[in-house]
Design a protein around this ligand. Structure first.
Ligand SMILES: Cc1cc2nc3c(=O)[nH]c(=O)nc-3n(C[C@H](O)[C@H](O)[C@H](O)COP(=O)(O)OP(=O)(O)OC[C@H]3O[C@@H](n4cnc5c(N)ncnc54)[C@H](O)[C@@H]3O)c2cc1C
Length: 379
């Protein structure tokens, strides 16, 4: 497989890097205040970054997965919070509508999602179902000419500001638990739908994470996405792409930790004369660079398989597993290299906090290992 980037891919990467420099400017302040970056997100929409994979006919950029990875890595390198907002919007909210939506649904939802009018969210997790997502309890029942939805979702990214939700609910409790689930497109202004208060998180603090409550929410019949009772397979297939997106977040964080370590040690080298030349520091930096590059290549491999329409579940899991562990190790190493100055605040400390969640959401590292092992056993 050829991993050299084309001229067009390099230009796309350079454009994202230029916008990432703007993202980085106030990222520390947003981390401190937990402010959701509305103005910056509008600027991202103006540049087309709300419609990364949305076909051009609906106002998007129509990028393939590898191209999306090049853009998303740059955003994560600048601010993992803004990254996850755009990654979830593009991969988990727009993605299922692009793949399973009817033409009428695509025409109704995608232009607004590309143009910066409606952010998207993905609501799978519940208080009683995380890793075992198929155990979800939210119910959708047929009600006259539509659906009636009741239940609670937990830890939903962009849950406060999103206006378009992909919601998974049980439609047939008689079927085995992975078979009786359906996916719905829900508007944020649906009566009976309410949002909880943002969680106070360890990291990615300027992204939103909230509970969602559905109390007798009536949906029109055409809110159903794709086939009835096929929702769990859509959820899992969507997560294959979402995991590649989160893996780009991890690669961006790993690179940012390396950048921070190199930049600070260069200053220390001139000020103190010895830190940067010590062999232990050099070996640590070299390992950080190898880890980051290996993670990036795993991400690009998974993206290219997805673009080629080939199965890529274990490859997406490998990319997410390796990249998230690389990000966490690099961030710990950066803090170790920089010492107390990093522990008591500054960029490396934020990166360390931001990186932790990459090993948790869109499937924990244990879940990724189970998926890789399952493919090895052919089960
Ligand atoms: C900041 C944040 C944002 C999120 N955003 C979203 C979102 O937008 N939409 C959404 O639907 N969800 C979201 N989630 C939920 C996320 O996907 C879940 O947290 C994740 O799937 C893990 O579920 P859990 O937290 O309930 O952990 P649990 O499933 O309770 O797992 C706890 C521990 O047990 C381990 N474990 C569980 N089962 C097994 C097993 N069979 N074998 C071995 N080990 C196991 C896990 O690996 C983990 O270490 C978000 C979570 C966070 C923290």
């Amino acid at each position: 497989m050829d991993f050299a980037l084309s001229t067009e891919e390099q230009e796309l990467q350079a454009g994202a890097r230029a916008f990432a420099a703007v993202i980085a400017e106030d990222s520390m302040e947003r981390d401190a205040t937990h402010e959701f970056p509305r103005a910056l997100l509008q600027e991202a929409a103006r540049l087309g970054y709300w419609g990364l994979g949305i076909p051009k006919q609906f106002g998007g950029l129509g990028l393939n997965m590898l191209e999306q990875c090049l853009v998303l890595e740059e955003f994560a390198r600048a601010d993992a919070s803004l990254h996850v907002t755009l990654s979830v919007h593009n991969s988990l909210a727009c993605g299922p509508i692009i793949r399973w939506g009817s033409l009428a649904q695509q025409q109704e939802w995608l232009p607004n999602m590309a143009a910066g009018h409606t952010l998207g969210a993905y609501a799978l997790t519940e208080p009683s179902s995380g890793s075992d997502a198929a155990a979800l309890r939210t119910r959708a029942t047929r009600d006259g000419s539509g659906w009636l939805v009741n239940g609670t979702k937990l830890w939903i990214t962009t849950g406060v500001s999103a206006e378009t939700f992909i919601v998974f609910a049980r439609t047939n409790p008689e079927l085995p638990k992975t078979k009786g689930i359906s996916a719905f497109i829900v508007s944020g202004d649906a009566a009976g739908f309410t949002r909880g208060k943002p969680e106070n998180k360890l990291g990615i603090r300027s992204s939103e994470t909230v509970q969602l409550f559905f109390e007798d929410v009536r949906l029109p019949i055409d809110a159903l996405l794709g086939e009835e009772n096929s929702g769990f397979s859509y959820a899992m297939a969507t997560l294959d792409g979402g995991r590649i997106g989160i893996a780009t977040q991890a690669v961006g964080l790993a690179q940012a930790a390396l950048d921070a370590a190199v930049a600070t040690l260069k200053v220390h080298a001139s000020a103190k004369g010895c830190a940067f030349t010590s062999q232990q520091a050099d070996f640590t930096l070299a390992d950080m660079a190898v880890r980051t590059t290996a993670a990036r290549l795993l991400v690009w491999r998974a993206a290219r398989l997805r673009d080629a329409g080939q199965p890529h579940t274990p490859e997406a899991s490998m990319a997410k597993l390796f990249a998230s562990e690389a990000a966490n190790k690099n961030c710990r190493d950066a803090v170790a290299l920089l010492g107390g100055a990093a522990y008591t605040g500054g960029l490396a400390e934020r990166l360390l906090r931001d990186a932790r969640v990459t090993e948790i959401y869109e499937g924990t590292s244990e879940v990724q290992r189970m998926l890789v092992a399952r493919s090895l056993r052919g089960s």
